[in-house]
Design a binder for this molecule. Structure first.
Ligand SMILES: *[C@@H]1O[C@H](CO)[C@@H](O)[C@H](O)[C@H]1NC(C)=O
Ligand SMILES: *[C@@H]1O[C@H](CO)[C@@H](O)[C@H](O)[C@H]1NC(C)=O
Ligand SMILES: *[C@@H]1O[C@H](CO)[C@@H](O)[C@H](O)[C@H]1NC(C)=O
Ligand SMILES: *[C@@H]1O[C@H](CO)[C@@H](O)[C@H](O)[C@H]1NC(C)=O
Ligand SMILES: *[C@@H]1O[C@H](CO)[C@@H](O)[C@H](O)[C@H]1NC(C)=O
Length: 476
């Protein structure tokens, strides 16, 4: 009886601890725009309110002149409602967001190519700009299977964040289903990282000034983490498709509490669900396994990449037993990593940022392996999460050697610009011909000068009828 009582109390304590830790860590961003494009109503997903871009007077959509709201009449069952509508752009169109919290902004764009007899979203090919950065160029070939979500971390030092959708010259339109613009916590993108090359490891101190595209976000050894379970509404996918070794490694799930500490990784950097699972190398006898755990990511060469690795010692039986090496692209990035020395505690999260040059072979690799200080009979390597982010190139682009200016210039040359010059030229020609004609006709009444007279006669008649009917109305 007493035992039951005690376990009930501890159950309650655990529960209240849990709610406490959840509540005290709810992140509330200063700027938080959730837009359901092409919609007039609000949509709630995971307790987040997406507002239709036609539903209020202060919509971020700058002008709806070159765009069409589009609704999918036969959505796939179970598909979140933000993907039931889209906004289609027939010419360059922008959304403008007022930014109160300057600094890094998280920008997520949602694309879902639904089929419709009216519109072939598959024909869309377009460019997307965020402020001075090209984030997508010649974007097309979207699959109909799943929504495609792209995510960027963009530093904004002005009061506006502007997102342009620019159809390509040969394409008829661009589209988007939903937009998120959220101010990132200040510790999400630090100023510095370590630049790792085959020569050495050196300081990379302009990290926060780069635009970043999240290419992979992986929960090592654990299940998919959905926006519902992430403090910044991110998605972390399982690592199985990237994990390339191996003999002698194992998965681990930890049911205890993750101890976030000031100065370490915060819950916004990585949620509990990422730190409570891992893969690890364990020594079962008096020798240290001569193996690596290896992850391989397909990337596009010609860009720099930020590799963020998440560590949390949820496996060791006591402090001071875990030592290992970290390699990126085959180069030693962190020698003899000692999580006890850094965090002073078990189950306390830590992350390390490395910048590397994207290899032209299209492969980015991460290895974790025992070091010279590794100890037998204990855990000799661990990893909980990996994020791979692309840095903008010197064109300020994350997608090709093209600048935002070039995208806008090309598009105006392509369609509206040409139309404008054409109309302007016709107008000038017309007025010149008018002047010439008047001069040639001399004092004689021209067709042009007679027309207004007739018109004003008509106006007078119309006016009489109108005032007559007014009087009638008043009499009634
Ligand atoms: C959130 O995480 C918990 C366990 O950590 C899991 O049971 C639950 O299914 C997750 N919810 C969603 C919506 O992913
Ligand atoms: C230690 O265990 C590993 C496998 O876990 C095995 O391959 C190795 O031969 C063992 N070493 C000794 C000295 O028994
Ligand atoms: C582990 O990976 C590093 C970097 O690729 C390599 O130098 C080392 O030889 C590897 N160790 C083993 C045992 O494969
Ligand atoms: C990315 O853009 C920033 C800001 O324009 C620039 O300073 C930086 O050099 C660019 N990054 C690269 C790798 O060219
Ligand atoms: C986009 O496609 C056009 C041709 O349609 C091509 O000229 C241009 O170079 C492409 N842009 C990029 C960045 O690849």
């Amino acid at each position: 009886m007493e035992f039951v009582h005690k376990s009930l109390i501890s159950c309650f304590l655990l529960l209240s601890l849990f709610t406490l830790s959840v509540l005290s860590h709810l992140f509330s961003p200063i700027d938080n725009y959730l837009v359901d494009c092409g919609s007039t109503v609000e949509t709630t997903i995971d307790n987040r309110r997406f507002v239709g871009d036609l539903s209020s007077y202060n919509t971020p959509l700058s002008s709806s002149a070159r765009s069409i709201s589009f609704r999918n009449e036969n959505p796939v069952p179970g598909l979140p409602p933000i993907y039931h509508t889209a906004r289609i752009f027939t010419g360059p169109t922008k959304y403008v967001f007022d930014i109160r919290d300057k600094g890094t902004q998280m920008v997520r764009l949602h694309f879902y190519r639904f089929n419709s007899p009216k519109f072939q979203l598959s024909d869309a090919e377009f460019n997307v700009l965020v402020n001075e950065y090209v984030v997508l160029s010649n974007f097309s070939r979207l699959s109909t299977d799943n929504p495609r979500i792209v995510e960027y971390l963009i530093r904004v030092d002005t009061e506006k964040l502007v997102i342009w959708f620019v159809p390509n010259k040969n394409s008829k339109f661009a589209f988007v289903n939903a937009i998120e613009v959220i101010s990132a916590p200040k510790d999400l993108v630090p100023d510095t990282a370590q630049y790792v090359s085959s020569q050495n490891v050196e300081k990379f101190d302009v990290l926060s000034k780069q635009a970043l595209e999240i290419v992979f976000r992986v929960n090592v050894g654990g299940p998919k983490v959905t926006p519902f379970n992430d403090s910044l509404w991110r998605t972390w996918i399982p690592d199985d498709e990237f994990f390339k070794s191996n003999a002698g490694s194992e998965r681990l799930y930890f049911g205890g509490r993750i101890k976030y500490q000031v100065g370490g990784a915060s819950r916004e950097v990585g949620p509990d669900n990422v730190y409570n699972s891992a893969r690890l190398i364990r020594s079962n006898n008096d020798s240290i396994p001569n193996v690596n755990m290896t992850w391989v990511f397909p990337i596009i060469g010609g860009y720099k990449y930020l590799v963020r690795m998440h560590f949390c010692d949820i496996a060791s039986i006591s402090l001071g037993l875990l030592y290992f090496n970290v390699y990126v692209n085959g180069n030693l990035a962190y020698k003899n990593l000692d999580l006890t020395y850094i965090t002073g505690s078990l189950a306390s999260p830590f992350y390390a940022d490395f910048v590397v040059d994207g290899d032209m072979t299209g492969i980015l690799s991460v290895d974790i392996g025992p070091s010279k200080s590794s100890i037998p009979y204990v855990v000799d390597g661990i990893l909980n999460g990996i994020e791979v982010m692309k840095l903008n190139n010197s064109y300020n682009s994350l997608d090709g050697e093209i600048s935002a200016d070039m995208v806008l210039k090309c598009s105006s040359k392509g369609n509206t610009g040409v139309l404008f010059t054409y109309v302007a030229a016709v107008c000038i020609l017309l007025s010149i011909s008018m002047i010439i004609r008047r001069r040639m006709m001399g004092t004689r009444d021209s067709v042009w000068s007679r027309l207004p007279v007739n018109a004003s006669d008509d106006n007078i008649k119309m006016g009489n009828i109108q005032s007559a009917s007014k009087i009638n109305y008043q009499q009634v």
